[in-house]
Design a protein around this ligand. Structure first.
Ligand code: SF4
Ligand code: SF4
Length: 309
């Protein structure tokens, strides 16, 4: 009992669970980079001269940042929950909240952990889309028919491809890019991190297209679930015979296509922007644009084929 309590307190101390274990925390953090709304310190010099640092340590007006961010130096939105506590505790009115360039276009260098999360979430989103909405009914039949062993195999495939296979493939592409003439000495690691950040818009488009399809398919069944939430054959409120209309009937494919194309264009712009932060425009080799843009375009094309095919 005491051991369990100690384990729980260790797990949640310093938001360990939220920051390093919970996949939802990582998911929300990665796609927060797309937000045009962000909170930042207005003037670094003011922060440097402020010893009390109420935004970090807390004061009479409120807590120190509950998300354990460091508002004076925060450049990424990934670990900011927009709780606004630092706005209350900053007694120098040095925190601003408003419209700004999303992180992947804002000129801040990428970070390895976020890069890895971006690749994993994009890969898993694509795999989910392929399995649930792709033209391969045999995959779904296999999953339905093979019970738990099939489910475990599916989780194993998802983990193998998403956690290792795709990150390794992109590392290979980055290694190739680092070797071509004109890469200006950029390492495979730097190119991998920056490309992964440029993948965020397409990853988000994948999830939005996936969610639209899931919503469209699921919406007609909501009244039946409300009528019999425990699966006991009830017909609460007489909703058992009601069916809601599908979402965007006949237009779902257009909406998904628009999302994927927007993700592709944003990804290409983000890649160009990010690579130009590292290499002067005149020294950028054609390969440095062609290969990553080709990978993004091939991914988006394959995805559209799966969604529309
Ligand atoms: S309290 Fe305000 S001025 Fe002080 S460090 Fe934090 S953001 Fe900067
Ligand atoms: S808004 Fe909340 S989570 Fe974000 S930096 Fe301020 S205190 Fe931390």
């Amino acid at each position: 009992m005491v051991g369990g309590a100690v384990l729980l307190s260790l797990l949640f101390k310093g938001r360990t669970f939220c920051r390093f274990i919970c996949p939802l925390g990582g998911f929300i953090g990665v796609y927060s980079q797309m937000s045009p709304l962000a909170l930042r310190a207005k003037d670094e010099v003011v922060c440097k001269g402020h010893k009390e640092k109420g935004c970090v340590l807390g004061n009479g007006c409120g807590y120190g940042c509950p998300w354990l961010e460091n508002p004076p130096t925060m450049q990424h939105s990934t670990n900011c929950g927009l709780c606004m506590e630092c706005v209350r505790t900053c007694d120098r009115s040095n925190i601003s909240f408003g419209l700004r360039w999303p992180d992947n276009l804002a000129g801040v260098p990428g970070r390895v952990e976020e890069a890895y999360q971006a690749v994993v979430f994009a890969s898993v989103g694509i795999l989910f889309t392929v399995v649930l909405f792709g033209p391969w009914g045999s995959v779904r039949t296999w999953l339905d028919a093979s019970g738990m062993s099939g489910r475990f195999a599916y989780v194993g495939i998802l983990a193998g491809v998403g956690l290792l296979g795709v990150p390794a493939l992109l590392w290979g592409m980055s290694g190739l890019l680092a070797r071509v003439p004109g890469s200006s000495g950029l390492t495979a690691r730097t190119l991998w991190v920056e490309f992964s950040h440029a993948l965020v818009p397409l990853g988000m488009a994948v999830w939005m297209a996936f969610a639209l399809a899931a919503l469209s398919n699921g919406l007609p069944h909501v009244p039946q679930v409300l009528a019999d939430p425990m699966g006991r054959g009830w017909n609460l409120f007489g909703l058992g015979d009601v069916s809601w209309p599908r979402l965007l009937p006949g237009r779902l494919a257009y909406a998904q296509t628009a999302l994927v194309l927007a993700g592709l264009v944003w990804g290409i712009v983000a890649w160009r922007h990010r690579v130009l932060m590292l290499v002067p425009a005149g020294k950028l080799s054609a390969w440095s644009m062609a290969l990553p843009v080709g990978v993004l375009t091939a991914t988006a094309t394959g995805l559209l084929w799966v969604l529309l095919g």
